[in-house]
Design a protein around this ligand. Structure first.
Ligand code: HEC
Length: 184
């Protein structure tokens, strides 16, 4: 072919330009996004994650929770997430700006966990992890009983369970954001 080089350059440009534009346009739109106060002069949201929650995120990944749970509440017109009580408002990009690893997930075998820290107490979370079927009859969630040790009158969480629950408690989207107001 006479103009092979030209053809290859054209082919490269046809792939590289749209791909580059995708990256550059996301960076332009969201790159400078940071924390913001819910009302003028108020505290900044999202809050910083406690160190224990960061350790707990590693446990969440190791145990494969992300395979069954998402962390994104869809807007009211796009699904029944809010009607089901999974969130007080839709998730927005700002909610994730401080997270080093964003575990949005892509399969919903169980409920969305974006706001689970506001929904369940520490004790409820431990109980759910240790014995899901004692909370929801016939639960399809695996029991993580090996994260607990029996003691005289109940169960003692291991360090991994404590970190995991600290992470789950840090998952909350119950503050107003400039992009998404809380439902009244
Ligand atoms: C095989 C899929 C599967 C895996 C893996 C899984 N879950 Fe679940 N999870 C479910 C299902 C299904 C439910 C709903 C039934 C129930 O409440 O037990 C659920 C419910 C929950 C709930 C209760 C949510 C609510 O709103 O009541 C929490 C919290 C939870 N899972 C956390 C976890 C964590 C943390 C892990 C990882 C250690 C995990 N899950 C792993 C399937 C899974």
């Amino acid at each position: 072919m006479k103009n092979l080089n030209l053809f290859l350059i054209g082919l490269f440009a046809a792939v590289a330009f749209p791909f580059g534009a995708l990256i550059v346009s996301s960076q332009v739109q969201l790159g400078a996004l940071g924390r913001a106060p819910a009302e003028e002069g108020g505290p900044l949201f999202p809050p910083r994650e406690p160190g224990l929650a960061i350790q707990g995120r590693a446990v969440y990944l190791q145990l494969g929770c992300v395979a069954c749970h998402t962390q994104q509440v869809r807007p009211a017109g796009m699904g029944s997430d809010i009607a089901r009580g999974w969130g007080a408002r839709p998730s927005v990009a700002r909610d994730y700006v401080l997270q080093s690893q964003v575990l949005i997930g892509d399969h919903r075998f169980g409920p969305d966990l974006a706001n689970v820290g506001a929904r369940l107490t520490e004790a409820q979370l431990h109980e759910h992890l240790r014995a899901p079927s004692s909370v929801v009859a016939g639960s399809a969630m695996p029991a993580y009983e090996y994260l607990y040790q029996p003691k005289a009158n109940g169960w003692a969480p291991t360090d991994r369970a404590v970190a995991l629950v600290a992470y789950l408690k840090s998952l909350r989207q119950d503050y107003a954001s400039p992009e998404a107001k809380l439902k009244q």
